[in-house]
Design a protein around this ligand. Structure first.
Ligand code: ADP
Ligand code: MG
Length: 384
């Protein structure tokens, strides 16, 4: 079940009635996201440019007057019932996301609710099903209880729910993209100020397709390597006497002051990646969508050679895509596994897909999986 159509909202409402014995008061939805460009810039106080996917999480819900949240998911087993007044850690597993969200919103006047969750977004694939689940729950609860919170603030509260109640120290990008995106746009987010602005991004209208390719490679190393990269950035910032690498203005001078070649490579990536985000925004605002391909490719090479977080399946996917005529592409996410995006003319999309599949087959790798729908889509909203 699921999708954005009224029909699937009606199907979820019917499933809610089956599960709980009464109709829901409404159905809400929040999308997953892909980051177009700006990788490993977020924790350096820099810029990111995600966009919302057509895929997401829907929540059918009704109010309760007993300060309890009751949740079920069509993608998980069991029913979880928890008091709004509970403490972080007393609900574990998937239910910690919606219950944590409700607990954070309780401070803002939200009461109890009964929820049924459904999703067409793969979980744990780097497309941010967790933020979609938090944001869909947040707008459902606020709407039900007549509480109005500005979307940017709601994104921060969703981040808090994930940080405090699930225990994942995630940044603000995923929740901002899920709450604040609009159709046909990417969302420029300044991770220092928290300010955002919508940037036109509609590849389809320019005869282009953005492919999202799950490389099917695992991220076993991600945790340790991710922490190491963050520590290297902090160390470089300290040596350079800046609050964050975002503040490096003169790159050659900064590189000259770092004797460790590893730190030099990390700084090179972070500083140039912020410039690539700005250049991408400039091209998109000028309507030159196809030209963004070159920046995606430059981002990939920087992540591969300077930041050293790409993985063989990603490198092969990007190389093969370009050889088959794509405008560009790059790994997305923290690295060492996950997805790749490719920007290609729509008429070449099949050829690009086939080239990537053939290259994987020739290496006896698990076949890649291509997301069906990737058009930049609307942020969290009520369906019915
Ligand atoms: P990502 O956000 O990249 O998808 P995360 O590990 O951050 O990966 O979040 C995935 C987790 O979110 C799942 O393990 C599950 O706990 C929860 N989740 C996401 N979607 C659903 C759903 N439809 N039903 C239940 N839990 C979900
Ligand atoms: Mg997540």
């Amino acid at each position: 079940m699921s999708g954005t159509s009224a029909a699937s909202a009606a199907a979820l409402a019917a499933a809610f009635a089956d599960a709980y014995g009464h109709a829901p008061e409404g159905v809400w939805r929040a999308p997953g996201r892909v980051n177009l460009i700006g990788e490993h810039t977020d924790y350096n106080d820099g810029l990111v440019l995600p966009f919302a996917l057509p895929l997401g999480v829907s929540v059918a819900a009704s109010r309760r007057d007993d300060d309890v949240v009751e949740v079920r998911s069509l993608q998980a087993d069991g029913t979880v019932t928890a008091p709004l007044s509970g403490t972080p850690g007393d609900v574990r597993g998937w239910a910690a996301y919606p219950v944590g969200m409700a607990r954070v919103l309780r401070e803002h006047g939200v009461g109890g609710a009964t929820l049924l969750i459904d999703s067409d977004l793969p979980q744990g694939a780097g497309l941010s099903s967790s933020a979609a689940l938090e944001c869909a729950t947040a707008i459902a609860l606020c709407d039900l209880h007549g509480v109005w919170i500005a979307p940017a603030e709601l994104a921060r509260l969703a981040q808090r729910a994930e940080n405090e109640h699930v225990g994942v120290p995630s940044g603000i990008m995923d929740q901002s993209a899920s709450m604040l995106s609009s159709a046909g746009s990417a969302l420029l987010l300044d991770c220092r100020s928290g300010l955002t602005s919508n940037v036109p991004f509609a590849p389809g209208e320019a005869g282009l397709t953005l492919l999202v390719v799950d490389t099917r490679a695992s991220h076993e190393l991600t945790g340790g390597e991710y922490a190491r990269r963050r520590a290297e950035c902090e160390k470089a910032a300290e040596i350079l006497g800046v609050d964050a690498l975002r503040d490096v203005k003169d790159l050659p001078a900064a590189l000259g002051r770092l004797s460790d070649p590893v730190l030099r490579r990390r700084v090179q990536h972070v500083v140039t990646e912020n410039h690539r985000v700005e250049a991408t925004v400039g091209l998109l605002r000028a309507g030159a969508v196809a030209e963004v391909g070159g920046l995606l490719l430059a981002s990939h090479m920087s992540l591969r050679d300077q930041y050293e977080v790409s993985w063989p399946e990603a490198d092969v996917a990007v190389d093969e895509a370009v050889r088959a005529g794509a405008r560009g592409g790059r790994m997305v996410g923290g690295g060492f596994g996950g997805s790749v995006i490719v920007l290609t003319r729509t008429e070449s999309a099949d050829r690009v897909r086939n080239a990537i599949e053939a290259a994987y087959q020739a290496r006896s790798w698990t076949p890649p999986v291509f997301l069906d729908e990737t058009a930049p889509s609307a942020g969290a909203h009520r369906l019915v």
